[in-house]
Design a protein around this ligand. Structure first.
Ligand code: 3HC
Length: 291
């Protein structure tokens, strides 16, 4: 039983990692946030700081500085993992990179640590192969932006123990989230299996000349009740994230319509909000204004 989380580690400070670190620090946990360069960490801190200011303005947190003081930034992965009680990995969707993080975490974390992955697509049982304590490996999949989106998918792999699932469920509740347990450890789990079907139809409609990007987005809001248009959401989440997640699912047997637009955007580095241009154009890289 994981008695108390004295150290909560997030590996990867990108789109999702920085948001997960923020959520954990808001709930009072001491957080170690790791990534490979100082620049990435600086960027992550700026984003967290912007978000916390918004929450402070609205009275949703007492003190931005107090929350920030609980987030320890480090480029030293070993320091972040040493004796940790809980790790959530949020690195790029690539099993070669994730497996290295997990075997390091296996060796360095505390005996009862839970090792979670925020993977959007890779089955947890595949990740658990790189870890001795497979019963402590679990999926904990947040949605962008983690600080606002209530859902967390908790994915049970072949070896994950019921106790681990229960502990992560309780942790998600403690973080103020609405968790759902996914027992079927298939590529894309639950949400992304739906979302990627929606994305492929949207892409097919545009590529086959049946609708414009703007029409698809307009109708997804007005008729389907989505909070954002389908293409805008991809810009928002990152076209690199979408492309790599789709590829990882495809490699594991989830076949979709091959969307040329998604591939072109990825290859030309038009990644959406983060690069300043995707399907829409933004005032500056990282600055989101609804088109
Ligand atoms: N922190 C703090 N405040 C934030 C914030 C953040 N990270 N992001 C937005 N806000 C604030 C805005 O500043 C704004 O505040 P204001 O009214 O004081 O200016 C308020 O929230 C509302 O934001 P917006 O006006 O920009 O727009 P919306 O009302 O549409 O809300 C949204 C934004 C919550 C992102 C909403 O559009 C939404 O729910 N979009 C869909 C998101 C979604 O589906 N995410 C899942 C993606 S899939 C995924 O992540 C899975 C992965 O595996 C691929």
């Amino acid at each position: 039983m994981m008695s108390m989380i004295r150290k909560f580690t997030v590996i990867g400070a990108g789109t999702m990692g920085h948001g997960i670190a923020e959520v954990a620090a808001i709930s009072g946990l001491e957080v170690w946030l790791n990534d490979v360069t100082e620049d990435i960490l600086k960027n992550a801190k700026e984003k967290i700081s912007w978000s916390l200011s918004k929450l402070e303005e609205k009275g949703q947190i007492k003190s931005k500085d107090e929350v920030l003081s609980r987030i320890h930034l480090t480029t030293d992965q070993e320091e972040a993992l040493k004796d940790t009680d809980f790790m959530v990995e949020a690195v790029i969707e690539d099993i070669n990179i994730k497996s290295k993080v997990f075997s390091k975490a296996d060796a360095l974390s505390s005996d009862n640590a839970i090792l979670a992955s925020n993977t959007s697509s890779i089955p947890i049982s595949e990740i658990a192969k790189y870890v001795k304590k497979g019963e402590r490996v679990v999926g904990m999949h947040f949605f962008n932006p983690p600080v606002i989106m209530p859902l967390v998918e908790i994915i049970k792999g072949e070896k994950t123990s019921e106790e681990t699932v229960k502990e992560v469920y309780n942790l998600a509740k403690r973080l103020g989230k609405d968790p759902v347990v996914v027992n079927k450890d298939v590529p894309g789990f639950l949400v992304n299996r739906i979302l990627f079907r929606v994305n492929e139809v949207a892409c097919w409609l545009v590529e086959s000349g049946k609708a414009s990007i703007e029409d698809v987005d307009y109708t997804s809001i007005t008729d389907l009740g989505f909070p954002m248009g389908i293409f805008l959401l991809q810009d928002y989440t990152g076209l690199d994230v979408g492309y790599l997640v789709g590829k990882a699912m495809e490699e594991r047997g989830f076949k979709t319509y091959e969307c040329k637009m998604f591939e072109e955007k990825f290859k030309s580095k038009e990644l959406g909000v983060k690069s300043g241009k995707g399907f829409y154009t933004y005032p500056a890289p990282g600055k989101f204004v609804r088109p």
